[in-house]
Design a protein around this ligand. Structure first.
Ligand code: NI
Length: 167
């Protein structure tokens, strides 16, 4: 297991598009394990491969209170969405910024398991919000894209200042 480096906004690599995973091998298992370790360490409730500069459609999530329910999603897609839910979102790639984003409240998700078989499940509430946020990452999209230009510019300036201070 290894901790991975998380890219920070406005790093242009966060705009990369992830490719579907066609070969579910030990490298993918290792990547998923490392992503979970990185997410728990951060700490966060979701992480997409794009955020660790890997262009594969893989996300990890754990929305449980005691961090006991890891979820690994390979090639996830939302195939049905209903209702609306507003939630104050944050992101491991946009540290210390939290803004309200409206997404679907109930979703049906299709993904692939480690045996390469498709499966579907329903999600709502925080889990639904988190899955939609992470799938956005796989398409090069960030939660700040849903905000006004003014708010996004303010966050961008804050991030750039923060990154300069770390040098
Ligand atoms: Ni995020």
């Amino acid at each position: 297991m290894a901790l991975l480096n998380i890219l920070h906004y406005p790093d242009p690599r966060l705009r990369n598009q992830a490719e579907p995973i066609t070969d579910i091998n030990d490298d993918i298992r290792q990547l998923a394990d490392d992503m979970l370790e990185t997410m728990y360490d951060a700490p966060g409730i979701g992480l997409a491969a794009i955020q660790v500069n890997v262009k594969k459609r893989l996300i990890v999530i754990d929305v449980s209170e005691d961090k006991s329910d890891p979820l690994i999603l390979i090639n996830p897609e939302v195939i049905n969405a209903e209702g609306e839910r507003e939630f104050e979102e944050g992101c491991l790639s946009v540290p210390e910024a939290y803004e309200a984003v409206t997404r679907a409240d109930k979703i049906k998700v299709r993904a692939v398991n480690f045996d390469g078989e498709n499966y579907e499940f329903d999600a709502d509430g925080l889990l639904a919000t988190c899955i939609q946020h992470e799938i956005d990452h796989l398409d090069g999209k960030l939660f700040v894209d849903y905000l006004s230009n003014l708010k996004r510019q303010r966050i961008r300036k804050k991030m750039e200042k923060h990154q300069k201070q770390k040098l």
